[in-house]
Design a protein around this ligand. Structure first.
Ligand SMILES: [Zn+2]
Length: 68
């Protein structure tokens, strides 16, 4: 079964989704190549639906923090 990770981009600090077992992931925001073993992992999920729901929540919270 594939697990999904939520990781933090080491360059721009944004949250993004990655598949467990992947070595690298290109950040969709800043274009930098992230080495998944070395970046900060926020959470791991067994299904992509839960992962993307949590990712949306984290992004919304981050946006709210920037506004206040
Ligand atoms: Zn980035």
């Amino acid at each position: 079964m594939t697990s999904f990770l939520i990781v933090v981009c080491s360059r721009c600090g944004k949250f993004l989704l990655a598949k467990a077992g992947q070595k690298t992931r290109t950040c969709p925001y800043c274009g930098s190549r992230i080495i998944l073993d070395r970046c900060k992992r926020v959470a791991t999920f067994e299904d992509v639906g839960a992962a993307s729901a949590t990712l949306k929540k984290l992004k919304r919270e981050a946006a709210e923090r920037r506004r206040s």
